[in-house]
Design a protein. Structure first.
Ligand SMILES: N[C@H](CCC[C@H](N)C(=O)O)C(=O)O
Length: 280
């Protein structure tokens, strides 16, 4: 049996997108890993599926699988591609689309300039909601890494993120510190690791070592987490143009009011590369 898919990317963070509304497929971690391989398979950072909603208030269910085959809670670049996909495939005529994810609802809006605006929901700071082993909420957590002390921030965008300040992202120790923090035992579900360079009050640069993938050209939830962290710590002001190796996103966050964090708004591109079919 042949399975239709579309190859897409958001700033070079690339996806295999599968319509499981008009098709059926049982996706196992082994199959996803094989398809994710950039030589023996299709090659992608994440696999995204488009599924029927489980409740009347949603238009679709949006599921995300990392290249290592693990299902995860959220993917920001993927959300923009999801919106482009369901419109291009004529699965909806809406331009404001409500989707359910494992972390909660997202609202995807296609803008006239071709970019996609995503209400990414509220960030969460309580250690137990990241999750992170810590005794209380902070904006600076002290870690020991290979015998050396380091300080990082941590929060959830539905998926877990650590944020480390660096002078220059180009020389940041992404390849060594990234995997060491991703697998640190204080992050029981592992973690995405962002290296943040603040340029000025409204601009920043970021590289991300993604959980279950490695360094990617862009990470939407990582950009949201880094900007929220920068605003909370008084380093940034909303809106922020954040530049990753694959390109730039605009992130807006109005902060916390009466202890309730505002939703994070991310705006950026979504590109289709090719349509394909693969033997199931
Ligand atoms: N690696 C992430 C999922 C994909 C996030 C990223 N591709 C994005 O655009 O947000 C995790 O394990 O939580």
């Amino acid at each position: 049996m042949m399975l239709r898919f579309t190859k897409m990317h958001g700033l070079g963070n690339d996806f295999m997108v599968i319509d499981l509304i008009t098709q059926r497929a049982r996706l196992t971690p082994e199959l996803i890993q094989r398809w994710a391989d950039r030589r023996f398979g299709i090659g992608f950072d994440q696999l995204l599926t488009v599924e029927p909603p489980r409740g009347p208030e949603m238009d679709f269910r949006y599921r995300i699988y990392n290249a290592d085959g693990g299902e995860v809670e959220n993917c920001g670049n993927g959300a923009r591609c999801f919106a482009r996909f369901v419109v291009d495939q004529q699965l909806t005529r809406k331009r404001e689309i409500r989707v359910e994810t494992a972390a909660g609802p997202l609202t995807l809006t296609l803008a006239d300039d071709g970019r996609v605006r995503v209400d990414m929901g509220q960030p969460r700071f309580e250690p137990e909601r990241i999750p992170l082993k810590a005794t209380q909420v902070a904006t600076a957590y002290e870690f020991e890494l290979n015998g050396q002390p380091i300080t990082l921030d941590a929060l959830s965008m539905g998926n877990p993120h650590a944020v480390i300040d660096v002078e220059n992202v180009d020389t940041a120790p992404v390849a060594t510190m990234g995997p060491a923090i991703e697998a640190h035992p204080r992050f029981p579900h592992r973690v995405n690791v962002g290296f943040l360079e603040v340029t000025d009050r409204h601009r920043a640069r970021l590289r991300v070592f993604e959980r279950g993938v490695g360094e990617t050209l862009a990470c939407g939830t990582g950009a949201c987490a880094a900007v929220v962290s920068g605003i909370r710590r008084g380093l940034l002001d909303t809106p922020v143009d954040i530049t990753l190796p694959g390109g730039a996103l605009t992130i807006e966050w109005a902060g916390e009011h009466n202890g309730a964090p505002a939703a994070v708004i991310m705006t950026g591109p979504a590109e289709r590369v090719f349509e394909g079919r693969i033997e199931l």
